[in-house]
Design a protein. Structure first.
Length: 197
């Protein structure tokens, strides 16, 4: 066979193999797609039908699980405290966040319902977290290759931070806060509608 005929034969064989692969793939189910994040809600969940709701018994545990890390007694963001009834009713540096008796008009409900990504609470994570106080290499950071054992990174494993730093006592690192569920938002709404007591 001469060079031209060999090239044509190889080209034809390649086309045949490729065509067979494509035809075989048509009969198969498509590959699983990468899971997409849950769709952002488009409306505020309805208020719960539960009666007799109080801050201490029903709402505070929800806020402690999702909000107090940033809106607690130590350096509350936006001067908004959600760890006490008085703090919630006082509001933030921007004013009241609860309209007692009307949850649909309460800024707090709009934020925890997470309809608008700009005001959603807790906010969406901004990216991967690196190290502890001082960034990579600070307490809480993973040790660098070849670093001696027993340093600050060994005392505070990756992501845990050091005392007073993010993840340590008084810190704010650790796992990201989990958003309230639609049912939990409904409980907060019902509590506000019932007088926020």
């Amino acid at each position: 066979m001469n060079q031209t005929m060999l090239t044509k034969a190889l080209l034809l064989a390649g086309i045949t193999i490729t065509s067979g692969t494509l035809l075989a793939a048509e009969g198969q189910a498509p590959a699983a797609e990468t899971p997409k994040p849950a769709a952002r809600p488009t409306a505020i969940p309805p208020a719960s039908s539960k009666q007799g709701l109080t801050f201490e018994k029903d709402v505070k545990p929800l806020f402690e699980a999702s909000c107090v890390k940033c809106h607690g007694a130590q350096k509350p963001k936006g001067n908004l405290r959600l760890d006490t009834l008085e703090g919630v009713l006082k509001g933030s540096e921007d004013g009241k966040v609860v309209t007692v008796g009307d949850s649909a008009k309460s800024k707090l409900v709009a934020s925890i319902a997470r309809i608008n990504p700009k005001t959603a609470m807790p906010p969406e994570p901004r990216g991967p977290r690196k190290g502890g106080p001082g960034g990579q290499g600070g307490p809480g950071a993973a040790p660098k290759e070849g670093a001696p054992a027993g340093g600050a990174a060994a005392q505070h494993p990756a992501g845990q931070g050091g005392p007073g730093g993010p993840g340590g006592p008084g810190g704010r690192m650790g796992p990201p806060a989990k958003p309230l569920t639609a049912e939990e938002v409904g409980i907060v709404r019902a509590w506000i509608d019932q007088g926020a007591k």
